[in-house]
Design a protein around this ligand. Sequence first.
Ligand code: UDP
Length: 355
Amino acid sequence: TDLVHVAGARPNFPKLAPVHRALANLDVSQKLVHTGQHFDEQMSGVFFRELELPEPDINLGAGGGSGIQQIARAMTELEYLLTELQPKWIVVYGDVNSTVASALVGARMGIPVAHVEAGLRSFDRRMPEEINRIVTDQICDQHFATSQDAVEHLLNEGVLEAGIHFVGNPMIDTLLRNHDRFDVSAIKRKFGLEEPYAVATLHRPSNVDSSDDARNIVGALHSVADVIEIVLPLHPRGRARLLGAGLDDHANVRVVDPLGYVDFMSLVRGSNVTITDSGGVQEETTIFGIPCLTLRENTERPVTISHGTNRLVSRESLGRAVGEVLAAVPQPRSVPPLWDGNAGSRIAVKLHQLL
Ligand code: UDP
């Protein structure tokens, strides 16, 4: 095998799909390893079908437990697997536990590792994802960046310029490729929604891991629900805590299960405002030109603020921000550089050269 991709959690799959497809077009021999970090139909299975990804060649079953347990189990399993496969390259995506686990194993085994979506920094080490990003980038050999600020961060951290490639955003390749499948009328019918409506997704530890935070978030969302209906496809992480804090005790709040990619994008596409703490959603709303209010103190994706529709808000300012956004005149849409649907091919061409 020339190349092994390791993916494990929902945000990996829309990034992996265009890279895998472009490498297949170049006839590169590749295997897809699923660590099992997210393993059920709604967080994983549906993405493989909808994004036309092949079934994983190997499933490590390293899901469940704490994040540290996931990293440890994935590392143990990966050492056995990579000893057997001996690939020329390992490709890892984003900032999830599977990403840092595979990068560490590859680096320790002397197998070169390429990181897709390298260099993003929130500069907030309270975020587990930030630790994953920093460690992964320090030990990887090739870095594929989605934005110029990411390139600067890598250079500042001493990463060699020759291994940094500004290629654009593979997540946006997937969005543009599937654009015609997003059906706003169908999703509104499915959920019985009338415009205007808001979509919200929340799962970051800083928002959902303590009962106090969950209560504050629910209070903020209820103040929004007083003015606009909110649909929340809730991630399993934090779901129980948000519901326990009374999230759906409001006539204008609709909690639903996590959605498949096409349904979720259709829902966002039709919304008047999206409220989130997700990384990917900040980027997707930028392309759609849908106002995005990010319930966080910082973002590792500042290009979605400078070029896009994103704005950081606190729990206290959320209600006011929603009012402002709903009253605002729509602005002309701008798109970050190279978010053009061709990131996967750029990455594949580079990897192909390295084989
Ligand atoms: N997503 C989806 N269904 C949902 C929520 C999210 O298909 O119900 C997709 C969407 O494309 C999003 C991606 O999954 O960008 C990753 O989202 P998540 O919030 O899990 O991860 P993050 O980007 O915060 O790491």
